[in-house]
Design a protein around this ligand. Structure first.
Ligand SMILES: *[C@@H]1O[C@H](CO)[C@@H](O)[C@H](O)[C@H]1NC(C)=O
Length: 117
């Protein structure tokens, strides 16, 4: 999880931070992405012809931004009072950001016989 290091930095400084509770995604381990690319590449090469396949890639859990941070905090065993869950609509970020970019990885798991981290 790329967020681990960044969250560690914020929490170790004892800063209070706001995180959105209404935006969802499926954080994915970078090693899983590499394994998926490797599996698809070797299948493509061994089959020797073009492959047309559309797969959603993501981690196994649909979580909000604040849940991701809480998971890092739980893992590190520190306190959570510095984390505040806020609505994504409470902040104008100057861009439209989709509320849910979670992925359905059923097809990925079936196609590559893959178990996500
Ligand atoms: C995920 O995709 C599978 C087919 O790949 C489908 O059967 C299933 O209903 C989907 N799940 C959700 C929650 O949409």
């Amino acid at each position: 999880m790329g967020e681990g290091g960044w969250v560690d930095g914020v929490l170790s400084k004892g800063k209070k931070m706001d995180f959105f509770h209404g935006e969802f995604g499926c954080p994915v381990c970078v090693k899983d992405v590499l394994a998926i690319i490797r599996a698809l590449t070797s299948r493509w090469i061994s089959e020797g012809n073009q492959m047309q396949l559309l797969l959603d890639v993501g981690g196994p859990d649909r979580v909000s931004r604040v849940q991701r941070v809480e998971a890092v905090v739980d893992f590190r065993g520190c306190n959570t009072p510095l984390i505040k869950a806020v609505s994504a609509s409470s902040v104008d970020r100057g861009i439209k950001s989709p509320a849910d970019i979670s992925m359905n990885i059923t097809k990925l798991v079936q196609t590559l016989n893959f178990s996500p981290t």
